[in-house]
Design a protein around this ligand. Structure first.
Ligand code: HEC
Length: 234
């Protein structure tokens, strides 16, 4: 037999042999989810796990870490250690998931709110400044009133990271000069109120008022009143 004929015979045999296997691969002895079974007495292919078994990676023993609560009470400490990297991570996640409603500084004036969504409370109220840190974790995990939860989008550790960043935001809007080191306090006092912006950076906005725009006429005193009246009657 020539080499060529041998090759053709081999190819033919392979097609025959492989198609034999194919049928087995098509009808695998397995159950698809929710399919019935005539093997088990109750007719279900999906079995409940044996009591007290725990699937790998699903042991949630640390209640403080996973729920933000101990004995049903929100905890007022971080169950993981907080460092700069964690706060920075929280900053990134906060800007992505929360700032759209709560605003970048947490004052409740995010873009979605400016387009009509219910305005959330500012984080800079006594109520939320004094709220235990577990409360922020719980709100992210379970939602709060009109706010839905973010447990599907934000991992447990990142929820704590966001909570740590919210604490930083709260401090940023309510800092006391006495919290600074004495050297920094002196430095702050010696600064101009508004040091000039370096060239090339956007300059501070000066509002348009008749005082700095001589060609702008001051509105006659009566006009403002009239407009207010008009809108009243509408
Ligand atoms: C789509 C808009 C929206 C987003 C996004 C959002 N929130 Fe809210 N949040 C709200 C609104 C609205 C409320 C007030 C709900 C109410 O009182 O019914 C609220 C309330 C809160 C409160 C106050 C709860 C209290 O005790 O008063 C906290 C804390 C909070 N949100 C944290 C977060 C965090 C953290 C994120 C990001 C993971 C986030 N929110 C994302 C809209 C939003």
């Amino acid at each position: 037999m020539s080499n060529r004929l041998q090759l053709i015979a081999l190819a033919g045999f392979s097609v025959f042999a492989l198609s034999g296997c194919r049928q087995d691969m098509h009808d695998q002895p397995k159950y698809k989810p929710q399919r019935p079974s005539d093997f088990f007495a109750d007719g279900r292919s999906g079995r409940t796990p044996v009591e007290n078994t725990v699937a790998r990676g699903t042991i949630y023993e640390d209640a403080a870490y996973y729920t933000g609560k101990v004995d049903g009470k929100e905890i007022d400490y971080f169950p993981i250690s907080v460092d700069k990297a964690l706060i920075e991570r929280g900053h990134v996640k906060f800007d992505i998931y929360c700032s759209v409603c709560h605003g970048k500084i947490g004052n409740g004036l995010g873009m979605i709110v400016r387009r009509g969504f219910k305005m959330p409370p500012s984080y800079h109220t006594d109520k939320l400044r004094n709220a235990p840190v577990g409360h922020f974790y719980d709100v992210i995990t379970n939602g709060y009133g009109a706010m839905w939860n973010y447990s599907a989008q934000i991992q447990v550790r990142d929820r704590w990271a966001i909570a740590s960043y919210i604490r930083a935001l709260q401090l940023s809007q309510n800092a006391n000069i006495n919290d600074l080191a004495p050297a920094d306090r002196t430095k702050l006092a010696s600064l101009d109120k508004h040091p000039p912006m370096p060239k090339g950076l956007p300059q501070p906005l000066v509002p348009d008022t008749p005082a700095n725009k001589p060609d702008m006429k001051a509105a006659p005193a009566g006009q403002a009143k009239k407009t207010a009246k008009q809108s009243d009657s509408q």
